[in-house]
Design a protein around this ligand. Sequence first.
Ligand SMILES: Cc1cc2nc3c(=O)[nH]c(=O)nc-3n(C[C@H](O)[C@H](O)[C@H](O)COP(=O)(O)OP(=O)(O)OC[C@H]3O[C@@H](n4cnc5c(N)ncnc54)[C@H](O)[C@@H]3O)c2cc1C
Length: 607
Amino acid sequence: MSSSETFQKAARRAPASDGSLIIPEPQPAPPEREAESLDVWGFRDTHFDVSENGHVIIRGNRYELSGKELPRFLPWVREVLEVNLDPREIHAPRYPTAIAEPTLSSELNDALRGFLSTGQIDTNGETRMRHGHGHTQEEMYAIKYTQLGRVPDVVVYPESEEQVAKLVETAKAHNATLVPYGGGTNVTDALRCFPNERRSIISVDMRRMNRILWIDRQNMLACIQAGAVGRHIMAELRKYGVTMGHEPDSVEFSTLGGWIATNASGMKKNKYGNIEDLVLDVNVATAAGTLERSSCSPRESVGMDLRRLIFGSEGTLGIVTSAIVKIFPLPEAQEYGSVLFPSFEAGFKFMYELTREATPPASVRLVDNLQFQFGLALKPKSGGLGKLKSRIERFFVTRVKGFQPDKMVACTLVFEGTREEVQEQQKAVYRIAIRHGGMKAGSENGRRGYQLTYSIAYIRDFLMNYYIIAESFETSVSWSDALALCDNVKRRLQKEYSDRNLPGKPFVTARVTQVYRTGVCIYFYFGFYYKGISNPQEIYLELENAARDEILNSGGSLSHHHGVGKLRRAFLPRIMSPTALQWKRDLKKTLDPGNLFGAGNQDLDIR
Ligand SMILES: Cc1cc2nc3c(=O)[nH]c(=O)nc-3n(C[C@H](O)[C@H](O)[C@H](O)COP(=O)(O)OP(=O)(O)OC[C@H]3O[C@@H](n4cnc5c(N)ncnc54)[C@H](O)[C@@H]3O)c2cc1C
């Protein structure tokens, strides 16, 4: 009997036997997916703008801040960057910059048309361009002001595992390369094409494989297709009273397949876990056939765990087509909270003790003083009672409590669970916070902090119109090294910046976004004003690399959740021994000898 005959494929169905298995109705392709901007982050109906009054405003009505004027924002930007930013001086985007003609042989084209419908094949220039980048500052700058370079030659939209398998066969037969595409939200140049790739590049956009195939309420599992976008997964599961609990800040646009391929982390990981804790099984179309297993058990000891190879594979080993994930009942209670601390150090100590003495809430985030001020600068204009209330609050915090405006920081919290769990956690959190000089700042500020995350994602592209380039990067680091790492990175960036005689001051800020018993994830924002500089994206990269060097020198990891892609691959030899790197390359060569999955992320460009 051959191994394919003994393999019990059918058993991969959900194990529930008591009638609690739900097969949701297939959802039509979500129309909102088409409503995403191609040239900037987010939905087409939302963007930052400057109002007739000269104030920053968020257009549209999707978010809480939408339609509101933010009069403090521009003055604050001028103050922090020490530049005379004039909203009438616009660095007008030239999107779309040059897009190379597709290289697609008629044989390959015919072969694709043999099993895909016309609507599943797209060679439109802007679509191809969008599939050749994520959201790094360099990429966003390139599509507006310079050139992205090589982009995929064709974008295809498979609708089933069978079609994905046929894509693999077709690409092999026609010497093409496949690059899986989820939501295109990565920030590591993971989708960027090599300029010297001679083969046709087929971008495999998974958006039509977006179904929740089944929900097993008895065993709390769900099988979901890899192209499902986070916000749809949340909305669909919610209908059945359950959640996956994975909420990266990009949840509106990133996909299950992308999360697995980048080893993502969500803001509520304290309660639900990171992606690797949540995914029990994956189906993957590889160059050698389908990687799948006959069963999905709670935990196993069955030799080397091949599923682990797929986490963080960044499109280099195959296409994740579906995954079995853990689900949880929707929390009975959800409460937001916030605490002010007199200093970052005080807030940091609070977080440390929280991981020692209590169960941290689903999410706990600590911003430094500059980021705290950033949040204040994004407060809408308030008049009458609102203004009075803010004045009284400010008076109380600074005069009565003695917090210094240029030192104080904020911690935002999300509690989820049963009512009792939430109450217990709240008691513990605030008890520890008060011990560290913390002052409760209310649930409304906490809620606002989290909601702000979604609007803030739009700011970077808006500011680029006014000669400001900015981006985030992150790391994880032990508790003992974390504070020094923050200081070192900020100091290094400031020094590198002034050494280059760049205009004004850079914007460098940090927040702690995730806590573990062993350490934290630290997330930096860095930006500067670039008017008069011809290659800001290159200078940014140099500076970010300097920051990364400092991170590694200070004991931090290369990345906590963004990944490596092409952006950080040069640093791999600093964190892995030559043998470790060779193992990775050997694995890639063995599993995909023709480099069919030629995204070339990490050090896996084996051409
Ligand atoms: C504003 C913003 C906020 C963010 N917040 C977070 C956050 O909180 N946490 C976090 O972890 N990340 C975050 N990110 C980074 C990004 O959202 C994640 O890396 C995300 O997991 C990428 O998913 P995607 O579906 O967009 O993948 P893409 O960007 O489309 O692809 C990323 C990589 O995965 C591969 N890939 C995609 N789908 C598949 C598949 N089905 N099979 C195999 N390979 C595949 C691609 O080839 C590529 O190499 C953020 C990014 C932005 C811009």
